[in-house]
Design a protein around this ligand. Structure first.
Ligand code: ATP
Ligand code: MG
Length: 588
């Protein structure tokens, strides 16, 4: 049981105290528990996920989705999907559709509660008229530059607009004219009449409506004035009866404004609660930058498997479960921090380890000819589909005289600790026999090893030799005759430094792009059983990593994305570095 202490009036302030109460309840859960105890919202929990349809969702949005939908599920409450579509210039139905797909894919459902702020335009207009009538809003005719000038600065109060004292009647008439389309863009704005000297810049008579002669993706040309985000957001929450309006920390300074509109109009008041947004290493999360990467062709699209977008992660082979688990693990706090990408990858490995079928695939093939194996003969060996899942059973893999093995599993002149194949050495073939390399065939021109001449020991099926001799290495392989060709795309971090946005003066975040983030191998060989693999299916290629079938696959050629390596290779590199230093220290 948890006994959150957060009981102050402004519980946002006490969030961190609540958070330390126990690992099982984060500060927003503590707030809700408390609200349910006091009956604040009659025990209701009603949240919303409010994307603006101006881009594809990314892993940061997943945190917000899991939080909002998750809290509703925990408390038998409701969560709406609401598009905050107040900026026609940047929004598009393409995004509206993709966002719905992504939320569903993550595993959440808004039932019949799909809403658009644009559905409330008429109501919002009425609210604005009410504010004018209450003497709390006015039409301002300063130019955008003048507005900026009048606003003042952080240490300097602003000045009242000369239009601040327009009469209610004049304001009403002009606001109607604004709506009618009698003015040009930027000629007038409707502003809240609050306090030009407020230390909070958001309270210095913020704009409520602006003129934009733009076609909206839903309302078409019905409107040429559009409500501002701050005005729209809180009132939409109110209209929908939202209890807890959860947003990211940057909105903390907007909360007084959020509350001001609700109070001024005397409407139902949801509570805004801010939490720290997710920042992830080795990637960027700003929609503007993601859009740049797409538009400048630095990635293949929003769904490029290197992108942190949900469509990108999905195409890469991420599972919804792994993303939900990740969001659960990173927690919900009020501190901005950077989460290492390896956390996300670990969640994925954990899920795929349980669910992905094991197969054999050779990325960089080297031909092996088994000289003592009869030509034209094939036998079926039994392979385990998933050692983590006894239900997954076994399958047959064909074995024949000619195989492919991984180039990296052979060295002509191996160092001591190399336990794989070399001239005169013996290894175990996974699910098969012992194999000895007797000779190598080289390309006469390049000198490159192009074939190994080997023999196998027919007595060693099952991995043991009757004479008790041991081999240290086990390697994967495919039968040359039966294997299928495949293309494999090896992905790595999109940015080579942890903080992708950290650039020296005069630099650009694009300078941090990892030039090795995509390596395409076009001549891979995969085992016969993968013939009918379908886009989206995920496998573990034994010893090599997790892979998913890409949508670019065709009947003749499968294309795989490397979803994630078997281990965190970046951590290994870092560890190696520090171990090296340590052991040097010890020697002295
Ligand atoms: P912008 O508003 O600048 O276009 P945005 O990333 O805030 O970009 P929205 O569509 O407004 O995009 O976001 C929808 C919801 O997702 C908001 O409630 C927002 O706070 C939340 N969100 C966005 N980015 C993150 C993040 N990195 N971590 C957690 N939540 C996020
Ligand atoms: Mg936003």
């Amino acid at each position: 049981m948890n006994h959150p202490k957060a009981e102050g009036n402004d519980r946002n302030q006490d969030a961190n105290a609540a958070e330390t109460e126990g690992p099982s309840q984060h500060f927003i859960q503590a707030i809700i528990t408390e609200d349910n105890k006091t009956g604040k919202h009659d025990g209701r929990v009603h949240t919303r996920f409010p994307p603006e349809p101006n881009g594809y969702l990314h892993i940061g949005h997943a945190k917000s989705i899991c939080l909002n939908f998750g809290l509703a599920l925990e408390h038998q409450g409701l969560c709406n999907l609401r598009f905050d579509d107040t900026n026609p210039a940047k929004e598009d139905v393409e995004y509206v559709d993709s966002i719905q797909d992504d939320v569903r894919w993550l595993g959440f459902d808004w039932d019949d509660r799909l809403f658009f702020a644009s559905d409330y335009y008429e109501q919002l207009y009425d609210y604005a008229v009410q504010l004018i009538k209450l003497g709390k809003a006015y039409v301002c005719s300063l130019s955008p530059e003048e507005v900026r000038e009048y606003r003042g600065g952080w240490n300097e109060p602003g000045k009242d607009s000369p239009f601040r004292e327009r009469s209610v009647d004049e304001n009403l008439a002009m606001f109607q004219q604004m709506r009618n389309g009698d003015f040009t863009d930027g000629q007038h704005t409707l502003r809240a009449k609050i306090d030009m000297a407020s230390p909070n810049m958001n309270m210095r008579d913020p704009p409520i409506y602006r003129i934009r002669h733009e076609t909206h993706h839903r309302t078409g040309d019905a409107w040429c004035i559009y409500p501002m985000y701050d005005f729209t957001h809180g009132l939409s929450d109110s209209i929908e009866g939202i209890t807890h309006s959860i947003c990211t920390l940057e909105f903390e300074d907007h909360r007084p404004l959020y509350d001001w509109f609700l109070e001024a109009l005397d409407v139902y008041r949801p509570q805004q609660i801010e939490f720290a947004r997710l920042n992830l290493t080795h990637t960027v999360m700003s929609k503007r930058r993601l859009l740049e990467l797409v538009q400048e062709g630095l990635v293949s699209g929003w769904d490029d498997p290197r992108m942190p977008t949900l469509v990108g992660l999905r195409r890469r082979g991420y599972t919804p479960v792994s993303i939900r688990n990740f969001c659960e693990r990173i927690g919900v706090t009020k501190f901005n921090s950077m989460i290492d990408l390896s956390w996300l990858e670990d969640s994925l490995r954990e899920d795929l380890n349980k669910t992905a079928l094991r197969v054999m695939g050779v990325l960089r093939p080297l031909k092996v000819v088994i000289e003592n194996y009869p030509e034209g003969q094939t036998e079926q060996l039994l392979a385990v589909n998933n050692p983590e899942d006894p239900e997954a059973g076994k399958r047959e893999v064909p074995f024949s005289r000619e195989l492919y093995i991984e180039q990296t599993d052979f060295m002509e002149d191996p160092p001591k600790k190399f336990f794989r194949l070399g001239p005169g050495r013996e290894v175990r073939l996974r699910y098969g026999y012992f194999l000895r390399c007797n000779d190598v065939v080289k390309d006469p021109e390049s000198g490159e090893v192009i074939e190994l001449r080997c023999t196998y020991d027919p007595e060693t099926l099952g991995g043991k030799a009757p004479d008790g001799r041991k081999v240290k290495g086990t390697i994967h392989w495919v039968s040359a005759e039966h294997a299928h060709h495949a293309e494999v795309r090896l992905y790595d971090h999109l940015f080579s430094v942890p903080d992708a946005g950290d650039v020296p003066e005069g630099g650009d975040y694009r300078d941090n792009l990892n030039p090795g983030s995509l390596v395409t191998l076009t001549d891979c060989r995969i085992e016969q059983s993968l013939e009918s693999a379908q886009p989206g299916q995920r496998y573990q290629f034994e010893r090599t990593g997790y892979f998913s079938v890409d949508q670019d696959s065709s009947a003749g050629k499968l294309v795989f994305n490397r979803t994630v390596t078997l281990r965190d290779t970046w951590a290994k590199i870092q560890k190696k570095g520090s171990q090296g230093k340590k052991s040097q220290g010890k020697k002295k």
